[in-house]
Design a protein around this ligand. Structure first.
Ligand SMILES: N[C@@H](CCC(=O)N[C@@H](CS)C(=O)NCC(=O)O)C(=O)O
Length: 206
């Protein structure tokens, strides 16, 4: 498997999941502005969407969309540690959170905060909307150690968003104590640390 990624982009979630699952994988960096990969490949030829995460499977098929890439990775781990069994209610709970993180946090919140062309007034509105969602997540984490109840790939995706937001100027409120404790808890996991350190090195060597 090969993950096309950009440092600290949402593909960080897939890198963490690959490490959590102990899967053999390669990584190819993408220059998202110019849509070219480190090996000189036109990224548009990898995916017509031009976005990471993109995962090239061993049969050369490419799958995209974080919730799908993360489920695929989780399903390669036969222990089921990253995703409950097919058909179980617990699995739908994870898929539900993947969907929520993708639409209500990533695209509604992180994306406008990161986009240089989004005006300051719009970023202010985004911050307010984001607060509503983060409070909901905080309430959930007051009663659960992990967002879907048990640890899953949804945690790798949420962790990415929570890690990136302060770097984009969003001040994480201290009163969201369960959310902040959750982030700290995930930071203790070796797979999360390894992925973060590797991508931090790439950013600092730019
Ligand atoms: N719906 C996509 C969104 C992926 C996405 O927005 N990726 C960003 C990085 S976090 C990207 O590649 N942006 C480059 C661009 O929009 O040109 C998914 O869930 O995978």
């Amino acid at each position: 498997m090969k993950l096309y990624f950009a440092p600290f982009a949402c593909s960080l979630a897939a890198r963490i999941a690959l490490y959590e699952a102990n899967l053999d994988s390669e990584f190819e960096r993408v220059d998202l502005r110019n849509k070219v990969t480190d090996s000189g490949m036109d990224f548009w030829s990898v995916t017509a969407k031009g976005k990471v995460s993109a995962l090239r499977l061993d049969n050369d098929e490419v799958i995209t969309e974080n919730p799908v890439v993360l489920q695929y990775i989780a399903d390669q781990d036969e222990s089921g540690a990253l995703m409950p069994a097919f058909g179980s209610v617990e699995r739908y709970e994870v898929v539900s959170w993947l969907s929520f993180i993708s639409s209500e946090i990533h695209k509604m919140g992180v994306y406008p905060m990161a986009a240089p062309h989004v005006p300051a007034e719009m970023k202010a509105v985004t911050s307010e909307l984001l607060m509503t969602q983060l409070k909901l997540v905080n309430d959930r984490l007051s009663e659960n150690d992990y967002i879907a109840g048990q640890f899953s790939v949804a945690d790798t995706y949420l962790f990415w968003a929570l890690t990136l937001l302060p770097k984009l100027g969003f001040e994480m409120p201290e009163e969201l104590t369960a959310l902040n404790a959750y982030h700290g808890r995930l930071m203790q996991r070796p797979a999360f640390q390894k992925a973060l350190q590797e991508e931090a090195v790439l950013v600092s060597s730019n």
